[in-house]
Each structure stands twice: as structure tokens, then as C-alpha cells.
Design a protein around this ligand. Structure first.
Ligand SMILES: [Zn+2]
Length: 396
């Protein structure tokens, strides 16, 4: 499945209809959730929709299949919750959605049509809403299966999902990556993966927006304005991060056959580290789980994790000896007293990471299959997590 995201340009009238659809979907979801606690099953809930339509005639303003999707969504949320519980996470219960919480609704299989004009003048026909102007800046491949309509801050987007299969091809390099608090990461071939400067600028603006909001009187008009500004800042920062993650993960998978990463306990680092903000900023685990893992899997590129107790920073990547003097965070250069190697500490660590990964596969003949199995199970877990996240529509 391939997803394309396009901006919509609705007229005022169409925007009101989109808002109405979103709100009716939200209320329907809440109704279904309340009935679910009364012990209703999936088929009973679908019938219950018909009863609801009699009680609330405004539901007729929304395309019927859009409302049916809400039933599926409720059950996929439920299964996501129970899967999370099985993984040992502490879970609560599904919550009713308050006003403005819901951001998406779905046209599945029918009720939509793309009316193609010239490149800058296409129309997206949505049943019960109308023909909305859309600029299709990318060529669509495959048959359109569903369209997700999403509201982001004050803009509307259509996420068009087609049945085209994305096939990436991996490269032939073996690269280890060391996560660094100051940069995003350092590769074993010496290339820095730095976060773009505009993310820092956005973080500064975000801080200002937070400060502005805190000074406003509660429930005032100015506070609402400040809140909208803050939303916009968060939205922009998130877009920049997502763009960066996509670009860098695509590049990595394109170049590598094997990617070695360190298995870090991010939570522990954030709790005890003075550099917690930098770790939070870089979002390393999000990058691995949400962006790198699925790309690597589809391209056949392998991701191996290096044991977190392996002293990758202290060990010399040339002779393999462990440096007796502990490197502090401020020491950026690694000096080996045994073989005289002088190297950037992060490059040294990333070389150790990929070396460790190679050891596990090449030298221990019998163990290598066990390791592969373990990696496979990690990948499967990753996949399960990704699919459950996709079910929650978190990514949209
Ligand atoms: Zn050495």
C-alpha cells in the first residue's frame, strides 16, 4: 500500500461540511463506545448505527460508509489496546473523544472520485461534501483504495491510499551508527547525520509560544490565539522532524545491507542524563521504530542491535583493547594508548558497533542462526507495533 498526501482547498461552504462530518463521526464513535460497554458485538453495533440515524437526522449529512468505518476503528483500537496489554504495558480503557479531538475520517472503497483536470486544477469528489479543489503534485500509482481526510491545525489534507507495492532496494554497505547527544548520529564511515538547523530555530519559536500562552488570562480571546499559535509551532516542528527522519532512513536503507545500532535505554538516559533535552529532541527511538524498521524490512536490509553493555566508547576500534582511562562526555577524541589510534569518539564507537554485529554473525557459526532468529523476532515485534500504531492512525 502506498500513501500520498495532498492539500485540499475547500470553499467556506465545503469546509463547514467537512467540520460537520468530522463532528458527527466523533459523536458516532462516542455513541458506539458507550454501547460497547453494554456488551454489544460488532454486527450488533453496525445495526445500532441504523437506529442512531433515526434518532439523529443530521447523520444523513455524512456518507454512510464513513460512519461504518467508525465501528471498525473502534474495534481496531480495542485490539490495539489488548495487544499493548499483552506486551506488558500498563493500559487504561478507551476514552470518549472530546470536541476537537478527532482529526480524521475515512472514505473506504467508495464515495470518492478523483476528477482530473490539468496538473494544478484537479477536483476530489467526496460524497455528501462536494468537489474540493486539490493539487495532485505527485503521480498516483495503483488503484485508489481509500481516502483519509485529515485536519491539521487549520488546513485540510487528503491522504490517498492505493494498492501499489513499494519496493525499495537496499545497498551493499555495512554501517554502524552511534547515537550522539549533540548530533543526531555518527556513521562508521565518518559521515555525520546532523539534525537540520531549522529544527533548532523551530524549538526556539516553540519555547516563545509556550511562554506567551502562559501569560494570557484563562478563557480569554488572546489565550485562544496564543494556543492556536502554539499548535502551529508544534505542527511545523513535527513536519520538519518527520521530513528529516524519512530522508535519512531512506538514504540509509538505499546504501546499506546491514545497519548496526546501539540498543540504548532512552528512558534511563533521559532520567539520569544532563543531556536529556538533546536525546528528547533527536527522537532516536521514534526514528528506529517508526521510520527505519519498516523501510529496512521492505528492502531486505537488516538491522542489528549491539548489546547495551558492550563498552563501545571505551574500546579501540583498531586493536580491540579497552582504554583504561574513562572517556568523559566532554572528551570528543579517542586516543588509544596501545596502538596510538586517534579518532573522533563517535566514529570509533560506531565502528565498534558494526564490528560487534559482524562478530555475532560471522564467527559464532551456531550462534549466528540464534542471533538471526532473535533479530527476526525483534523485527516481528517491530512490525506488530507498527501495524498497531497504524491502526490508531497516529501517523496521520
Ligand atoms: Zn588501539
Amino acid at each position: 500500500m502506498k500513501s500520498y498526501k495532498f492539500k485540499l482547498f475547500p470553499t467556506e461552504e465545503q469546509e463547514a461540511k467537512l467540520e460537520l462530518s468530522l463532528d458527527i463521526c466523533r459523536r458516532t464513535y462516542n455513541h458506539l463506545l458507550s454501547e460497547l460497554s453494554n456488551g454489544f458485538g460488532k454486527s450488533e453495533l453496525s445495526n445500532y448505527l441504523l437506529d442512531l440515524k433515526v434518532c439523529y437526522p443530521e447523520m444523513k449529512h455524512v456518507y454512510s460508509k464513513v460512519l461504518q468505518v467508525e465501528t471498525d476503528r473502534l474495534f481496531s483500537n480495542l485490539s490495539g489496546l489488548s495487544a499493548s496489554k499483552k506486551n506488558g504495558n500498563k493500559v487504561g480503557r478507551l476514552r470518549f473523544k472530546g470536541k476537537g479531538w478527532k482529526k480524521t475520517f475515512v472514505y473506504n472503497q467508495s464515495g470518492f472520485k478523483i476528477l482530473k483536470g490539468n496538473e494544478k486544477n484537479n477536483l476530489l469528489h467526496l460524497s455528501k461534501i462536494g468537489d474540493i479543489k486539490v493539487i495532485l503534485h505527485r503521480k498516483l500509482e495503483g488503484i485508489t483504495k481509500q481516502i483519509i481526510i485529515k485536519k491539521e491545525v487549520n488546513n485540510w489534507y487528503a491522504i490517498i491510499q492505493t494498492d501499489a507495492i513499494v519496493k525499495l532496494e537496499c545497498g551493499d554497505k555495512e554501517i554502524g551508527i552511534d547515537m550522539s547527544p549533540s548530533k543526531f548520529g555518527v556513521r562508521s564511515d565518518g559521515i555525520n547525520m546532523e539534525m537540520p538547523k531549522e529544527i533548532d530555530v523551530s524549538l526556539g519559536k516553540l519555547k516563545k509560544a509556550h511562554r506567551k500562552l502562559s501569560r494570557k488570562i484563562k478563557e480569554s480571546h488572546n489565550r485562544m490565539k496564543a494556543r492556536k499559535l502554539l499548535q502551529k509551532r508544534y505542527w511545523r516542528l513535527n513536519n520538519q522532524k518527520v521530513n528529516f527522519y524519512h530522508q535519512i532512513s531512506y538514504k540509509l536503507v538505499k546504501e546499506c545491507r546491514v545497519i548496526g545500532i546501539e540498543d540504548l535505554c532512552i528512558k534511563g538516559l533521559m532520567m539520569g542524563y544532563y543531556n536529556a533535552k538533546n536525546f528528547q529532541k533527536s527522537g532516536w527511538s521514534t526514528f528506529i521504530n517508526k521510520y527505519l524498521a519498516y523501510k529496512a524490512e521492505s528492502a531486505g536490509c537488516q538491522i542489528w542491535q549491539c548489546d547495551r553493555f558492550e563498552p563501545t566508547t571505551q574500546r579501540c576500534s583498531c586493536c580491540g583493547e579497552i582504554n583504561p582511562t574513562k572517556l568523559e562526555l566532554k572528551d570528543r577524541i579517542f586516543n588509544c594508548p596501545f596502538c596510538g589510534l586517534v579518532l573522533d569518539r563517535d566514529v570509533n564507537a560506531s565502528r565498534n558497533i558494526i564490528k560487534y554485529c559482524r562478530l555475532g554473525t560471522n564467527l559464532c557459526g551456531a550462534d549466528s542462526s540464534a542471533l538471526e532468529k532473535e533479530q527476526e523476532s525483534v523485527m516481528k515485534q517491530e512490525k506488530r507495533r507498527l501495524s498497531s500504531e497504524a491502526n490508531h492512525f497516529n501517523d496521520w
